[in-house]
Design a protein around this ligand. Structure first.
Ligand code: NIG
Ligand code: FE
Length: 417
């Protein structure tokens, strides 16, 4: 099927340079074309231009944007969407004054989710995860990374990764999978962390890679979780099995996670609520994408990452949702960009670049996703007419998305407009 979208108020997020990421000052620019049309050819973007030169409609399925704006779909490079149930009891514990670390120490947190997941069938997990997938698709996400990490036994980690594979086969959006066996020490290994790390390296990674279930490997490198040495051991083992690293780093403390990630050529280091000047320096000239998850800082009430400082230092930064039951129970990427603007002083254009091209880059996918570019996958959504780009993060709860196209297929169309 080929689509022709006509009467577009503005196409936003155009990139004609073919760059893989956008850094520093360049992040404040989002190229736009007003009064435009866009055509697809099967799965890909074919051409776009000004309405003065709109092509004939023959052979196309036509979408009339009626002056609405066309954006590249969000790329969400960090989620934990496959989990069982919810954890609002811990939400109440937090209201009553307990910290995330205190809840984890009492056996809540990740281990609580692991217990629930163990008792939940693969079919039921898939059903619950697909509800969340439908939700994020309706909010504009077109490429998502999903982690395991609520299994913590070989069997249950494989269960999650098989659910992710099933999502990948059936959902309209594009999916990447990450093995996060080192999210916490599994209950059976309580007090034997070193042995658990060996289990992750010697049994889990070979089994996961053997079944081709993951693209990436991740470690929660932080105070009270995994050390820098353990992280290095796990990501080196992952690399031997063809898995690139994405690291949970510096959420609870300056953990060394940024440095170990950069040294090992990690695709991204994520969280970064605790960052000093040395960590920013370590990221300079590296291929590792610093990724911020402001939905987590919002939910936990902790310090936000120093986004302004990082961008002003010339770095590229990405944004992701961290959608998970413990620290960020939402995959709303538009709200993530609002938080980036409100709490981290990122301009709307910086937030858009961080949540599209740079977050695609944090999954190694910016060649095909993250901007409106001829030849890239046709992943975009069309909004109602907007007064300006700033209106998107400003009116953060106003329903705005009318039509959604993923991989060149119409996923949602607002026929009333
Ligand atoms: O990214 N920080 C580690 N992992 C998740 C939270 C996991 C949980 O509490 O369930 C995160 O915030
Ligand atoms: Fe996370």
């Amino acid at each position: 099927m080929s689509l022709l979208v006509k009467n577009i108020g503005a196409i936003v997020g155009i990139d004609e340079s073919g760059r893989k990421r956008v850094s520093g000052k360049e992040m404040s620019h989002a190229a736009m074309l007003e009064n435009a049309w866009l055509a697809t050819d099967g799965e890909r973007i074919k051409e776009y231009g000004s309405m003065e030169n709109v092509p004939a409609e023959e052979g196309y399925t036509v979408i009339d944007a009626h002056g609405g704006w066309l954006f590249p779909s969000f790329c969400d490079s960090h989620t934990h969407i496959v989990y069982a149930g919810s954890r609002e009891q811990e939400f109440l514990d937090k209201i009553n004054g307990l910290s995330y670390e205190e809840i984890a120490k009492r056996g809540g947190g990740i281990l609580n989710s692991a217990d629930r997941l163990h008792e939940t069938s693969e079919d039921e997990l898939y059903r619950q995860a697909m509800e969340r997938i439908d939700e994020i698709v309706s909010m504009g996400t077109g490429l998502v990374e999903i982690k395991s990490g609520y299994g913590l036994t070989l069997e249950d980690e494989l269960k999650i990764l098989r659910v992710i594979r099933r999502i990948r086969e059936n959902a309209p959006l594009e999916v990447r999978a990450t093995f996060l066996g080192a999210h916490a020490v599994g209950r059976a290994y309580k007090g034997r962390q070193a042995e658990y790390v060996e289990h992750v390296c010697n049994e889990m990674i070979p089994a996961v890679a053997g079944e081709g279930l993951a693209d990436f490997v991740d470690v929660f490198c932080d105070r009270g979780f995994f050390t820098v040495e353990e992280t290095a051991r796990i990501i080196e083992t992952g690399a031997k099995h063809g898995l690139r690293a994405k690291i949970h780093a510096n959420e609870l403390a300056v953990s060394g996670g940024v440095e170990v990630g950069v040294e090992h050529g990690a695709l991204s280091v994520d969280h970064l609520e605790s960052m000093g000047d040395e960590q920013i320096e370590a990221l300079r000239d590296s291929g590792t994408m610093p990724t911020m998850l402001p939905g987590c800082a919002f939910f936990l009430g902790i310090t936000y990452p120093p986004a302004r400082k990082m961008i002003d230092a010339g770095l590229a930064v990405a944004l992701a949702s961290d959608f998970n039951p413990g620290t960020a129970p939402s995959g709303n990427m538009r709200f993530v960009t609002s938080l980036a603007s409100i709490k981290m002083k990122m301009t709307p254009a910086e937030a858009l670049n961080a949540a599209t091209l740079n977050s695609a880059c944090a999954m190694g996918e910016s060649k095909d996703y993250g901007s409106i570019t001829r030849g890239k996958v046709a992943n975009f959504y069309i909004t109602k007419p907007l007064p300006s780009l700033a209106y998107m993060p400003y009116a953060h709860q106003t329903p705005i998305i009318k039509d959604i196209v993923l991989k060149g297929k119409i996923i949602k169309q607002d026929i009333l407009c």
